[in-house]
Design a protein around this ligand. Structure first.
Ligand SMILES: Nc1ncnc2c1ncn2[C@@H]1O[C@H](COP(=O)(O)OP(=O)(O)OP(=O)(O)O)[C@@H](O)[C@H]1O
Ligand SMILES: [Mg+2]
Length: 222
């Protein structure tokens, strides 16, 4: 089991009001699974993804990630775990505009303390992997949306994460670029990386082997 969420609740404080957003989430993921989470806007999908991604902490409940009970982890422990075990892909790429594809991709390795020559070698390999070996020096504004997302995927896998988390990875792309992203996800999953993907798009969700639906903070499987 790579992930276990047990009786997870998340509330947000809005003024005086305590608003429940996730309500008793129980979710287990085996290593190598490929899961899509769908559900209406505002139902809590990104909130759940932020918990799995250790970007936020639950109000109540227990979460075990790759054998570690992270429920009581400090911010430093969480960021260390993010750096080594998780890769992130977002709808709007979240690339640094002033930096080349190569620099964007190698950034996580810098935080991990990998020396420059190895950083550059691995970033180059990751960009070749996503079909951008000819675009190493290009900055994000010199790339198409689909290319930007492939740079983001290269960055997400550079640390050889255990889980790839994707929040609407095709949401800003045309269907051909979206298909290229899905092909890449499939290839990564075939190599054993666990993928958890949020999407509004039923056709995109169909690429995953397992489906779950978020409805008003409650997760339903199947
Ligand atoms: N930081 C926050 N503070 C207060 N409320 C929040 C916060 N983040 C999210 N919420 C609330 O939690 C609920 C779920 O939001 P979330 O972003 O998880 O939805 P979502 O399912 O990802 O929606 P979408 O499909 O539009 O991205 C919403 O009602 C939202 O207003
Ligand atoms: Mg969302």
């Amino acid at each position: 089991m790579i992930l276990q969420m047990q009786h997870i609740y998340k509330n947000y404080l809005q003024g005086e009001m305590d608003v429940p957003v996730l309500k008793d989430i129980n979710f287990s993921v085996d290593e190598g699974e490929y899961i899509a989470i769908t559900g209406p806007s505002g139902s809590g999908k990104t909130t759940m993804m932020n918990l799995i991604g250790c970007l936020d902490v639950a109000t109540k409940g227990k979460m075990i990630l790759d054998g570690e009970d992270v429920s009581a982890y400090t911010d430093n422990q969480l960021s260390d775990l993010r750096l080594h075990k998780l890769g992130f892909v977002f709808q709007n790429f979240e690339l640094l505009g002033s930096m080349s594809a190569m620099k964007n991709v190698s950034m996580p390795l810098m935080y991990a303390g990998v020396e420059k020559a190895e950083r550059e070698q691995r970033a180059k390999e990751a960009l070749e992997r996503v079909g951008l070996g000819e675009r190493l020096a290009f900055r994000p504004n010199q790339l198409s949306g689909g290319q930007k997302q492939r740079v983001a995927i290269a960055r997400a896998i550079i640390n050889r994460p255990r889980i790839l988390l994707a929040d609407e990875p095709t949401g800003a792309l045309d269907s051909a670029s979206g298909k290229a992203v899905m092909d890449l996800f499939q290839a990564l999953n075939d190599e054993g990386i666990t993928i958890i993907m949020i999407t509004h798009d039923a056709q995109i969700a169909a690429h995953a082997k397992r489906q779950a639906k978020m409805l008003d903070g409650v997760l339903e499987e199947g």
